[in-house]
Design a protein around this ligand. Structure first.
Ligand code: CA2
Length: 150
């Protein structure tokens, strides 16, 4: 059985492909899910893909990932990146290898986007590659957890 990775998306990412395409690209969240599923499959992983506008729901899913013995987490915390000690605490509590993803290069944007709580626990951070960053994060995590293809 393939190992499973939880891919968690924070607030407003349900709007992907419908608003601000110049910043976030034209792919919808459903298309990002397909990209993630295909990339994971070709690297020997299965995925659970979720999005929420609610902090507590994301925390519940981090705990669920641990309960279900997931191999790791890929998270785009969106606006919770710089505010949520509770998401950081959940990630610290479960101890799963976590990759932080941002579609945009947060360091080239406003200074309030720079200081990520999530980076304090993340094994790696991918930002600025557009939605391809999700695929890069999955490939990196697959290598990290020793996922086997085929
Ligand atoms: O670059 C990223 O992936 C971000 O995590 C996106 C967040 C932003 O707060 C972070 O600083 C960087 C915003 C997500 C909003 O998503 C939208 C998508 C399409 C249209 C409007 C918003």
């Amino acid at each position: 059985m393939a190992k499973t990775v939880y891919i968690l998306n924070g607030p407003n990412l349900n709007l992907l492909g419908t608003r601000e395409p110049g910043k976030y690209g034209s792919a919808t969240l459903a298309e990002v899910e397909t990209l993630c599923r295909d990339t994971a499959k070709s690297h020997g992983l299965a995925i659970v893909f979720r999005q929420s506008n609610h902090e507590g729901e994301i925390i519940d899913w981090i705990q669920e990932a641990h309960a279900k013995k997931a191999a790791g987490i890929v998270i785009n915390p969106a606006g919770f990146t710089t505010t949520s000690i509770s998401i950081l605490d959940a990630l610290l509590a479960v101890g799963l290898p976590t990759i932080e993803v941002h579609i945009t290069n947060i360091h080239a944007r406003e200074s309030f986007r720079h200081d990520s709580y999530i980076s304090k626990v993340a094994k790696a951070v991918v930002c600025g590659f557009g939605v391809q960053g999700y695929a890069l994060a999955i490939i990196g995590l697959a290598a990290m957890v020793g996922a086997r293809k085929g």
